[in-house]
Design a protein around this ligand. Structure first.
Ligand SMILES: [Zn+2]
Length: 175
């Protein structure tokens, strides 16, 4: 089984596994990224993600809800929102998830258990394990009918926060 760094995709060699073929990829964090992603790195999370050229959001899990605490400019651009419309908002509202508009809200609807964004953030939050290049389908709200956006995301834990990087987003198409 191959092992790659979830954050920089550096090859970390292979690991023995009886249950997986040699082509299966598992994710870890390389030593460079691990020291850079350490909370005591000395830079606030906002400043750190601002240095990244791709959409990155820092999220907090609170009461089973995923709340965005910080986002860089590419992330705001990707969702077409101002920073103040992103920070302190539920992830589903930030991404304009169609299900997040239900009365229960993002994280509590019957659709939420199938959400790959949620699953990836929660797994990383609970286990500390990075989730690399996870395919996710976002059902995005639109006035007539929701549209579907294919995404690929990576999540890593920094301190108590889960940092979510959008590796790929779109194109947006009919459901
Ligand atoms: Zn790395």
């Amino acid at each position: 089984m191959k092992r790659v760094c979830a954050w920089c995709r550096k090859d970390l060699g292979s690991v023995e596994s009886e249950n997986h073929s040699a082509d299966t990829v598992s994710h870890g964090i390389c030593s460079d990224c691990s020291s850079m992603l350490r909370p005591q790195f000395g830079m606030s999370i906002d400043r750190y993600i601002d240095t990244l050229p791709v959409p990155v959001l820092a999220t907090e899990v609170y009461n089973g809800r995923i709340i965005v605490k910080a986002a860089n400019e590419p992330a705001c651009k990707a969702v077409g929102k101002e920073l103040r419309e992103v920070v302190q908002h539920l992830a589903g509202n930030v991404f304009e998830c169609d299900h997040a508009r239900l009365p229960e809200g993002c994280g509590r609807t019957m659709h939420c258990s199938g959400c790959a964004i949620r699953r990836s953030v929660m797994t990383t939050f609970e286990t500390g394990e990075p989730q690399g290049m996870v395919p996710a389908t976002l059902s995005r709200f639109a006035p007539d009918a929701p549209t579907v956006v294919a995404m690929t995301i990576t999540t890593v834990k920094i301190g108590d926060l889960v940092v979510l990087r959008v590796d790929r987003m779109g194109p947006e198409g009919p459901a």
